[in-house]
Design a protein around this ligand. Structure first.
Ligand code: 5GP
Ligand code: ZN
Length: 143
């Protein structure tokens, strides 16, 4: 399947690349939420957060931390968001895993949606449901 980020990695599509090593590539988002908005991708194609192997994810996260610090300093940003959208309902539009680094400034905009409140006992129920799946699958975490 055609993937725009694979094309960028292979030099078949243009991008404003700011950093790369053997495993990762970082380039400016073509439609930035703020100027300097950067995408950090693994060079190998993985669809989303759940399918990136652990060692690759570690390298990607390490690079994202480094680049976020550089962007904050370079642009004198007062903060930044590191986010990843996973799946269509979460806003993912390019299905090659990536972190967004978005430089932030006081009063620029709000990324905060309306919040919910748990009904009596519901938080415990959600907790129990999730914990029971964790005990079922914790070999994945340990392995
Ligand atoms: P997602 O919606 O999957 O979380 O993020 C995909 C991001 O990729 C979007 O913010 C979008 O602006 C950016 N994007 C899509 N196509 C291109 C492109 O061809 N070049 C660059 N530099 N960014 C792109
Ligand atoms: Zn790809």
């Amino acid at each position: 399947m055609e993937c725009i980020f694979c094309n960028i990695k292979e030099g078949k599509a243009e991008a404003e690349i700011i950093f790369e090593d053997d495993h990762i590539l970082a380039f400016l988002d073509i439609q930035p939420i703020n100027y300097g908005h950067t995408l950090v991708i693994p060079k190998k194609h993985y669809d989303n957060f759940l399918t990136v192997p652990r060692d690759e994810l570690n390298k990607l996260t390490h690079a994202t931390q480094f680049i976020a610090g550089i962007i904050k300093r370079t642009l004198n940003a007062e903060g930044f968001n590191v986010i990843s959208n996973n799946g269509d309902p979460a806003g993912q539009s390019v299905f090659h895993f990536h972190y967004h680094i978005i430089p932030r400034f006081k009063n620029d905009f709000s990324l905060r949606p309306a919040v919910k409140n748990y009904k009596e006992g519901a938080m415990k129920e959600y907790g129990e449901q999730i914990r029971s799946f964790i005990s079922k699958y914790k070999d994945i975490y340990n392995g």
